[in-house]
Design a protein around this ligand. Structure first.
Ligand SMILES: NC(=O)c1ccc[n+]([C@@H]2O[C@H](COP(=O)([O-])OP(=O)(O)OC[C@H]3O[C@@H](n4cnc5c(N)ncnc54)[C@H](OP(=O)(O)O)[C@@H]3O)[C@@H](O)[C@H]2O)c1
Length: 246
């Protein structure tokens, strides 16, 4: 799949581009400056020489022309970035991974953007696109380290089942990432703000945590839906003749 990343020159977007390209997607790193994107792509290609990653550089408009678009800007740049390419986003699945956070000393604090989340702000800015929130809790460093698998659950929420489905397929295409359908876009508020908790854990335990939920049944391949177990044949009633061979 062709996936464009707006603000793809930062740690999160470039790591996502590398990881998605490593599993066969075409990633387009978008930027406000095509030259900055070219530098980042050159760096990734040099770092992962020999892997033949399908990553190309462009401006944000070029990334927004892709089949599926990811928003990987800081929270306060997401609205302006989305509206600047609004016509290119119409009718598309747009995955918003931005978290609204601030840091005061050693403390990470969640912010509440207009409409409660960055994802909802983007959805309101471009009503004709189909926003899914996802990838908020996946640490960029581990995401971009292609020598090691990254294991994490990825909470996805959207008001469009199709957007959740497409996002889940992309998440599941990355080996050990598990997509989970967390409901409608209103869930983006706690999903985004929970990132502050994870970052606080990182500070306290001097590590980088990832999210993994227990109690979730086995999922269908490439999906956030439970695997449907084959229904066992109903036992024949005593007064019914048993069916003879096929
Ligand atoms: N870092 C992580 O581990 C991680 C993990 C999950 C989610 N996230 C979320 O992903 C988003 C990106 O994270 P990051 O660490 O990569 O952020 P970042 O480095 O601060 O920003 C990413 C890119 O966004 C562009 N940008 C910066 N300010 C902008 C503005 N005002 N308007 C439009 N574009 C702007 C820049 O690209 P150009 O200058 O090239 O345009 C920059 O390279 C954040 O919202 C973050 O919360 C981060």
């Amino acid at each position: 799949m062709q996936i464009g990343i707006l603000g793809g020159t930062g740690p999160a977007g470039s790591a996502l581009a590398a990881r998605l390209a490593s599993v066969g997607h075409e990633a387009i790193i978008g930027s406000r400056s095509k030259y900055r994107a070219m530098e980042v792509v050159d760096k990734l290609q040099a770092e992962w020489k020999g892997r033949k990653l399908n990553i190309v550089a462009g401006d944000n408009a070029m990334a927004a022309a892709a089949e599926v678009v990811v928003i990987a800007t800081p929270w306060d740049g997401a609205y302006g970035t989305a509206t600047s390419v609004a016509d290119l986003l119409e009718g598309k699945v747009v995955i918003c991974m931005a978290n609204a956070l601030t840091r005061t000393g050693k403390e990470f604090q969640p912010l509440v953007p207009p409409r409660g989340s960055v994802a909802a702000t983007v959805q309101a800015a471009v009503p004709k696109c189909h926003v899914a929130a996802g990838f908020h809790h996946v640490p960029a460093k581990e995401l971009g380290d292609l020598d090691h698998p990254i294991e994490s659950d990825v909470l996805i929420c959207s008001d469009f089942p199709h957007a959740t489905e497409v996002t889940a397929g992309i998440v599941a295409s990355v080996g050990n990432l598990r997509p989970l359908d967390a409901g409608g876009l209103s869930q983006a508020t706690p999903i985004e703000s929970f990132t502050a908790v994870l970052l606080q854990l990182n500070v306290h335990y001097k590590t980088r945590v990832a999210v993994k939920f227990t109690g979730i049944p086995e999922l269908a391949p490439n999906s956030a839906e439970p695997a449907r177990k084959a229904k066992p044949a109903a036992p024949a009633k005593a007064d019914e003749p048993a069916e003879e061979g096929a």
